[in-house]
Design a protein around this ligand. Sequence first.
Ligand code: JB2
Length: 207
Amino acid sequence: MDKLVLIGGGGHCKSVIDSIDKNMYEDIVITDKDNSVLEEIMGVRIAGDDDVLAELMLKGYKKAFITVGFIKDNTLRHKLYDVTEVLDFDLINVIDKTAIVSEKAHLDKGIFIGKGVIINAECKIGKMAIINTGSIVEHECIIGEHSHIAGGTILCGNVHVGTDTFIGAGSRIIQNVTIGNNCIIGAGSIILSDVPDNSQVNGIYHS
Ligand code: JB2
C-alpha cells in the first residue's frame, strides 16, 4: 500500500482528511510550517515542516497532496506544487465519496473535489483545482489549473474558468460564459457575461 504526505495542516487539511479513503494508504502524515504546537490533526500525525519532505520521500512516502487552500492569493500553493515536482512526489486526487463525478469528465492531478459536488459530463478539471463543498459544475465546463471554486457555486453548461482564478462561495455563472485567468469573483456573484483576465468582480456582472 502507498504512503501519503499532506502538505499544510489548517482548515483545508481537515476537509481533505475527512474525504480521503484511509483504507487506501499504509500511513498518512502531515507537514506544516507551524509544527510545534500540535502533534496530530484528526488522527493524522504531523511529521514536521517541509524540510522533512525529502526524507519522507526516501522513507517511501511517494504520494502527496497539497492541503493548504487559498482564497485570493495562490502563491503558496504554487510554491508547494513546485516543491512536490522537484522531489518527484506523485500528486493524488482527493474526491469525497459523496461527490458525483461523471465517467465522461477528465481530471488532471492534485485536485480536491469536496462533499456533495457534482461534476457533469465532459468537464475538464485542471491540475491543483479545488472544487469545494456542494458546488455544481455542469456539462462541458473547463476549470483551469490552480483555480478554486468555493462552496455552493453553480457553473452552468460550458462555462470556462481560466487558471489561478478564485470563484467565491455561492456564485452563479450562466452557460457559455468564459472567466479569464487570475480573476477574483466575490462570494455570491452572478456572472452573466465573459470576465476578462485579471478582473475582480462582485455582485451582478454584465459587461
Ligand atoms: O509553507 C508552508 C506553509 N505555510 C503555511 N508549508 C506547509 N506545509 N504549511 C504551511 N502553512 C500552514 O498552512 C499554516 O501553518 C496553517 O496550518 C495552514 C493554513 O491553514 P488555514 O486554516 O489558515 O488555511 P487553509 O489554507 O487550510 O484553508 C483556506 O482555504 C480553504 C480552501 C481557508 O481559507 C479555508 O476556509 C478554505 N476552505
